[in-house]
Design a protein around this ligand. Structure first.
Ligand SMILES: NC(=O)c1ccc[n+]([C@@H]2O[C@H](COP(=O)([O-])OP(=O)(O)OC[C@H]3O[C@@H](n4cnc5c(N)ncnc54)[C@H](OP(=O)(O)O)[C@@H]3O)[C@@H](O)[C@H]2O)c1
Length: 309
């Protein structure tokens, strides 16, 4: 695992704001808590009133933020501009995300677009709106990518596409705004124990159940292998609280690197994907999937007691 400086901010700036999108659960909720514990006033993006009640706490103020809704983003900008204590925005953590996996040929275009709307365009919209505040504070953007931002596994094409694109946009942005005093950092988690994998496994199995007989024959085994290897992946996953603490350190360490992996799996897979020839990676992935592809597709969790991951 690559680590940011171990000392977060020795003297937390209690007069500073941090924004975390997707703070209702998982990594976002944990990051909001970790930043609040450092002394930031965290504007925690959630989409429902019940999630707002659940996330509200010492130093955590829920804000309604669906990152695909421009009115929500504009309201967030007004909330920051009109801060009653005139606190500056120091940190923006672009964390919200969805994962809908199916083979490239099978995933409906509407679901390709939905993932790009959330995992890429939503973050760009938030960045565009909040950059003026970060310029004033010489603050930091932290974009939550994934191992999928470097290694595109079969069945993960759309999700990986969004994360590759976020990685590219982060590189451009970093090179554009460093002269203005704004830092841009990418975090690349491997497996983190959240609800995302179970939800996405269930969606994959639901999509698989609706596939044509031909697609079942072509891709059923691959989808099965993917869902079951995700389950195994999660067993070794980093707890969300640990991921949140790492992201909070990345958000506050004095001289950040451009990228941090999160988890030993990410630290292992990302260099492999970067440096091994693509054909060799293909072979390694095919081998790791082969042992699982002969098994029949499990039912989606909604139809069976066991969650796929
Ligand atoms: N868990 C992993 O193993 C893993 C690995 C690599 C990268 N990541 C990345 O880490 C980030 C957080 O994922 P997680 O594992 O913590 O998943 P999670 O528990 O499912 O959290 C995803 C968050 O995104 C929010 N969200 C979804 N659509 C949104 C939208 N349109 N606008 C605003 N918020 C929205 C969700 O809100 P609702 O509750 O309202 O749906 C939720 O708060 C994602 O970017 C994911 O790609 C996760």
């Amino acid at each position: 695992m690559t680590r940011p400086g171990k000392d977060p901010r020795k003297n937390p700036q209690k007069n500073e704001l941090a924004v975390v999108s997707g703070a209702s659960s998982g990594i976002g909720a944990a990051t909001a808590r970790a930043l609040a514990a450092m002394g930031y006033h965290v504007l925690a993006g959630v989409r429902t009133d019940s999630e707002a009640d659940a996330v509200r706490g010492d130093g955590i103020e829920p804000v309604t933020l669906d990152i695909t809704v421009s009115e929500h983003i504009e309201a967030l900008a007004r909330r920051i501009a009109d801060d009653p204590e005139r606190r500056v925005l120091r940190v923006l953590v672009n964390n919200a995300g969805i994962e809908i996996n199916a083979p490239v040929e099978v995933l409906p275009l509407s679901l390709w677009r939905e993932q790009f709307e959330v995992n890429l365009f939503g973050h760009i919209a938030v960045i565009q709106e909040l950059l003026p505040f970060l310029r004033r504070s010489r603050g930091r953007v932290v974009n939550i990518s994934s191992v999928g931002g470097v290694a595109a596994l079969p069945v993960f094409g759309a999700y990986a596409g969004t994360k590759f694109a976020l990685e590219a946009a982060s590189d451009s942005l970093r090179r554009e705004v460093s002269a203005h005093g704004v830092q841009v950092v990418v975090v690349q988690p491997g497996g983190v124990r959240t609800e995302m994998a179970a939800r996405s496994g269930d969606i994959s199995l639901g999509l698989a159940a609706e596939m044509s007989a031909e697609h079942q024959r072509l891709y059923g085994g691959l989808i099965n292998a993917t869902v079951s290897s995700n389950t195994a992946f999660l067993e070794r996953a980093v707890p969300a609280a640990k991921a949140g603490a790492t992201i909070a350190r990345v958000a506050t360490t004095p001289r950040p690197r451009a990228r941090y992996t999160l988890g030993t799996d990410a630290a292992f897979i990302i260099p492999l994907a970067r440096f091994l020839p693509a054909r060799l990676m293909d072979g390694i992935l095919a081998m790791s999937h082969r042992s699982r592809t002969s098994k029949p597709l499990p039912a989606p969790a909604s139809e069976s007691a066991g969650s796929p991951s």
